[in-house]
Design a protein around this ligand. Structure first.
Ligand code: COA
Length: 259
């Protein structure tokens, strides 16, 4: 299945893996308002499509994942419209984070500003060795507005997050991995490495994967332990748990049905 939007390419393969490609290579895939709307539409469609089991988000071309929000549009904003633009970006990136199927960013070049924020809204990040991450907004007299101040702090800790946000400096793929900002760095095609990772994940129980994502994201909330226990209990009643535990005891591979 394949469907194209104006600035996004969307395709799915036989394994139920969808690829969302941000497609404005002449502007280094900068996120303009129309592109953000399309990103919201594509993720709403992904969430209700039962044939899709996991998602790769990447950028067109070999230079950039996404080089940020479209700077030409930022110039038009005032206090009210600026707050609304920030909230809109936050909501769309939250929609991505709330997807209960693994979402992996394949970061194939610059991930700056809104691009770094998009990568951080994905559940996992695989970077090509030419990738560079940065939140350069202070250089424009701004701060990250699509959740970057929060997610970067959660991923790398306050001290490193403040250093990156206050200096606007770029960190290369290897350093990003050392900081915990990316899961892995590859010399090969980042999307292909993301696909291999997803295939490993999809060998496991589908309901367990969904609930694990949900529980991990509750780690930041007081209610996280309660949510973890509730979800653990729900899983104990699934056929998948019977299959997974039986397979282990019978020394064979499990055949999960997602039930
Ligand atoms: N918004 C709008 N347009 C952007 C953009 C952005 N965030 N990032 C790049 N572009 C455009 C450039 O204006 C240029 O367009 P043009 O060819 O019509 O002039 C095109 O993409 C190529 O970018 P260019 O700057 O010429 O490439 P480069 O290789 O010299 O530099 C970067 C690459 C990523 C270092 C540089 O483009 C950059 O700093 N971009 C802005 C990053 C940023 O501040 N992002 C945060 C925004 S909140």
């Amino acid at each position: 299945m394949s469907q194209s939007y104006q600035s996004i390419l969307f395709e799915t393969d036989d394994h139920g893996i969808a690829t969302v490609t941000i497609n404005r290579p002449d502007k280094l895939n900068a996120l303009n308002d129309n592109l953000l709307n399309e990103l919201a539409d594509v993720f709403k469609a992904i969430q209700v499509n039962e044939d899709i089991e996991a998602v790769i988000v990447t950028g067109a071309g070999d230079k950039a994942f996404v080089a940020g929000a479209d700077i030409s549009e930022l110039r038009e904003l005032d206090n009210r419209s600026g707050r609304m633009a920030s909230q809109k970006g936050q909501q769309i990136f939250q929609l991505i984070e709330d997807t209960r199927k693994p979402v992996v960013a394949a970061v194939n070049g610059y991930a700056l500003g809104g691009g770094a924020e998009l990568a951080m809204a994905c559940h996992l990040r695989i970077a090509s060795d030419n990738a560079a991450f940065g939140l350069p907004e202070v250089g424009l007299g701004l701060i990250p507005g699509y959740g970057g101040t929060q997610r970067l702090t959660q991923l790398v800790g306050r001290s490193r997050a403040l250093e990156m946000i206050l200096t606007g400096k770029q960190v290369k793929a290897d350093e990003a991995q050392q900081m915990g900002l990316v899961n892995d760095v590859t010399k090969e095609d980042a999307a292909e490495a993301a696909r291999s990772l997803i295939k490993k994940i999809l060998k496991n129980g589908p309901i367990a994967i969904r609930n694990a994502i949900k529980a991990v994201y509750h780690a930041d909330h007081q209610s996280g332990y309660q949510v973890e226990a509730d979800l653990f209990g729900q899983l104990c009643e699934t056929e998948d748990v019977m299959e997974g535990t039986s397979a282990f005891l019978e020394k064979r591979k499990p055949d999960f049905k997602g039930k």
